[in-house]
Design a protein around this ligand. Sequence first.
Ligand code: CP
Length: 314
Amino acid sequence: MSLQFYSDGRFKHFLSLEDVPAPALEHLLQSAQALRADAMGGTALRQLLQGKSVCNLFFENSTRTRSSFLLAAQRLGADVFTFDASTSSGKKGETDIDTLKNLEAMGVNAFVIRHSENGAVEKLAQAANPGTCVINAGDGRHQHPTQGLLDMLSIRQMKGNDFSKLKILIAGDIKHSRVARSDLNALRTLNTGEIRVCGPASLLPTDGTIEGCSRFEDFDQAIKDVDVVMMLRLQRERMEEGLVASLDSYFQDYGLTQTRLALAKRDAIVMHPGPMNRGVEIADAVADGPQSIILPQVSNGVAVRMAVLKALLA
Ligand code: CP
């Protein structure tokens, strides 16, 4: 039995893009696009989730995901609050499941959960009562499904709905990236023409994640003639783990500069899920340049999260 879907195909939880069929993905993207005006401050939908309670249960830090879920729930009229793990009774040893069950006992209808462990959000979804919804806001290096959705919506807005003609490059630390995993799931479902992945061998996964993708270790080769460049954050601990020699050498080989971007198509767009390490994986001039859609991605995050809350709770 699927943890994510009811037998009639409706979402029970929103945990992963891995098994979301094309029609369900399409429905969420269309819904998010339609919600954009309300996402950016409209008031038409303030009644939709009236009487529902949403808890932002973040066991790991976040700026974009946490804030945009908060705004999304508010703009749909739900009661929403953020659980602060750093001052909670989790510090006294209370388990994550007990934490969820206690908040559920207060009448929470949906939990938006971020956790540092792969699969932790699924375990919490299994522990939730029937009818309580769990949304994965990023777990370990496993999945970040709402980021995947907002990335797809952002590409569609710039390049149209037909991905079969597109060459899309994901570059950087793919091995440790939950964003890359969700993006790859969605790009395959949307029938992308060519998916390229690029990074040093130490940061490219060997577990089947990049199966079917064109694999590059040379960034200048990988970026040639692509329509979309999706950059990923390099976590600084990768240097301590010896997976990259130095941040300077990483920027030299895998940093997106204006010179490198000139090798892509003239109208190529640049994406990054944030938070960015400026001067490590991306140069300021590119991050803030005319081809960057990094801030529009963030705006789309509110609409996408409204669409997901609506699909689960409305
Ligand atoms: N893209 C993303 O997940 O950002 P946050 O960690 O700030 O939520």
